[in-house]
Design a protein around this ligand. Structure first.
Ligand SMILES: Cc1cc2nc3c(=O)[nH]c(=O)nc-3n(C[C@H](O)[C@H](O)[C@H](O)COP(=O)(O)OP(=O)(O)OC[C@H]3O[C@@H](n4cnc5c(N)ncnc54)[C@H](O)[C@@H]3O)c2cc1C
Ligand SMILES: NC(=O)c1ccc[n+]([C@@H]2O[C@H](COP(=O)([O-])OP(=O)(O)OC[C@H]3O[C@@H](n4cnc5c(N)ncnc54)[C@H](O)[C@@H]3O)[C@@H](O)[C@H]2O)c1
Length: 481
């Protein structure tokens, strides 16, 4: 019989669970991971990778068309079949053999099946033939079960069998007409992708496009979606929907507008994978997000760590920052913390300390691969003000920066930074424009490093690059003395 006792057991082998387990083994402990679907999770097969592959070819084409010389070499349209084939490759053809090899190489034991808490530090793994294997952890159990699409309770919606992000990411063909509900990140990226792939896209949103980013960035993306022919209903919701016998979807919006479409994508946020996880045995409500303390220990209803603190949660399931890279950052923090506690060593949970996931609160990075891209880190002006900070924000026309004019004719974009005036440090940065994705890491370093503005003047951007936006923002903010 194979080993069933491990130092740490991780439930869910998405990007976060994999990284927790890896960190545990690197720290000299043993780890098992339980996965009910594909090792690699949502990100590898139905989210980050395939969706970015769907967007990339159109972005390259736009870039070529923005240059008079290169434009002449573009003689046709996108080869949609080739785009989808490349997307399949980036989803590893929905085969997790490569990721399983990686787990094996990392020394992590894989158990396939549905994992559920079976008692203190115990995890039951239910196989497809209902065989139950009970695993016992010496130190900790980490829940990294992620999230899935939330389907709102709209009459007829469930019967319509709508697409979620999964189907949008893995579709075998492009529908003629695609209606999208939700103007958040998934809705906006998929409107961009499918519109470029030839679908007539309608986007319905309660609160506009990308409501959580800086308004100037959302305005650029909204204008561009309209220009590319997306039919926007930015202040409306879905009242009812049905799919007729021919497969056509009929939507009625709350304002009475009717829309006819071939497919419907629901992109209205996420719900946690915490049902059937045995949480009720611990007095926790199934189906809810897991609340955690600063060391990512799961808290009970009274706000105390479950048991003596043996249960942790990382990644989407704790809702701190639902992004792969932030979840992997949590994985590194919590993995090292569990190792430290197991060895009786001190843990450092001070802000920016080794075991603290401080960036979840202060320096979340995100790139939205819309057209144009949005790259942001830290707090928006609004979020900073709501957090009680005394901030001043400045913006600058990215299209006026020499590097940007060279990058593409007619470059349109904007960038802004939010400065905490009491400490003279940046707490937020946002850029919108073609190919701004790579700008965000410089800002992340400035924010996480709490680099004073006075010192930032000495980080001289090379000429002529888009990064000269840094100099322009500093000049706009003004230099003391
Ligand atoms: C369409 C879309 C595009 C996205 N694009 C990006 C992007 O470009 N960049 C980015 O940073 N983020 C992106 N995200 C977010 C990103 O996918 C998630 O933040 C990330 O996948 C979270 O990782 P996770 O490991 O916490 O959860 P998941 O990736 O959801 O993995 C959880 C794993 O746990 C397994 N599991 C669940 N319950 C059990 C159980 N009881 N027993 C056993 N196994 C279980 C699941 O099968 C799954 O494999 C996107 C999301 C969507 C929907
Ligand atoms: N590039 C990236 O980093 C990337 C890409 C895709 C997804 N993600 C992550 O995945 C997560 C899920 O994304 P999402 O877009 O599903 O969620 P979201 O929370 O970003 O956006 C959901 C949107 O749907 C709207 N909505 C909710 N109910 C509605 C209704 N009944 N009718 C109309 N609109 C409604 C909300 O107001 C919101 O604007 C996010 O955390 C996101 O950060 C990241």
């Amino acid at each position: 019989m194979s080993e069933t006792t491990f130092d740490v057991i991780v439930i869910g082998a998405g990007p976060v669970g994999e990284n927790v387990a890896d960190r545990i083994v690197q720290g000299g402990l043993t780890a098992a991971i339980v996965e009910r679907e594909l090792v690699g999770g949502e990100c590898s097969y139905w989210a980050c990778m395939p969706t970015k592959a769907l967007l990339r070819d159109a972005a390259a084409l736009r870039a070529a068309r923005a240059l008079p010389g290169a434009r002449e070499a573009v003689t046709g349209d996108l080869d949609v079949a080739a785009v989808l084939r490349r997307r399949d490759r980036f989803a590893s053809d929905w085969n997790d053999a490569g990721q399983v090899d990686w787990l094996n190489g990392a020394g992590v034991a894989l158990f396939r099946g549905q994992g559920r808490i079976g008692g203190e530090r115990a995890v039951e793994v239910v196989d497809t033939d209902d065989t139950v294997t009970t695993l016992q952890a010496r130190h900790a159990v980490v829940v990294a079960t992620g999230s899935r699409a939330r389907i709102p309770a709209v009459p007829g919606l469930a019967d319509t069998k709508p697409w979620t992000g999964r189907e949008a990411a893995s579709a075998a063909s492009v529908p003629g007409r695609l209606a999208i509900i939700g103007g958040g990140v998934v809705g906006t990226e998929m409107a961009t992708a499918y519109s470029a792939l030839g679908a007539q896209v309608t986007l319905v949103s309660l609160d506009g496009v990308l409501p959580t980013v800086e308004p100037f960035a959302a305005e650029h993306v909204t204008a561009s979606l309209k220009e590319s022919g997306v039919d926007l209903h930015p202040r409306s919701g879905l009242a009812e929907v049905r799919r007729d016998e021919t497969g056509t979807v009929h939507l009625t919006l709350v304002d009475g507008t009717t829309i006819v479409s071939d497919e419907l994508l629901v992109a209205t946020g996420r719900t946690p994978n915490t049902s059937h996880l045995g949480l009720e045995h611990l007095g926790l409500p199934p189906g809810e997000w897991l609340h955690v303390d600063e060391s990512l220990r799961v808290l009970d209803a009274a706000g105390s760590p479950v048991g003596d603190g043996w249960l942790y949660a990382a990644g989407d399931v704790n809702r701190r920052a639902m992004l792969t890279h932030q979840g992997k950052y949590q994985a590194r923090a919590v993995g090292d913390l569990i190792v430290a506690r197991a060895h009786g060593k001190d843990v450092d949970l001070s802000p920016w300390g080794r075991h603290a996931a401080t960036a979840d609160e202060r320096a979340v990075t995100q790139v939205i691969f819309s057209d144009p891209e949005v790259a942001a880190v830290g707090l928006t002006q609004r979020a900073a003000t709501e957090a009680g900070l005394d901030v001043r924000a400045v913006e600058y026309d990215l299209g006026a920066v020499a590097g940007a004019t060279l990058h593409a004719d007619g470059y349109r974009g904007r960038a802004g930074m939010v400065v905490d005036q009491s400490r003279n440090v940046i707490v937020g940065f946002t850029a919108v424009g073609p190919d701004v994705a790579e700008l965000v890491q410089a800002a992340a370093i400035a924010i996480a490093g709490e680099v004073p503005l006075d010192r930032l003047w000495h980080a001289v951007p090379a000429y002529p690059t888009v990064s000269e936006i840094w100099l322009r923002l500093l000049e706009t903010y003004g230099r003391e003395g």
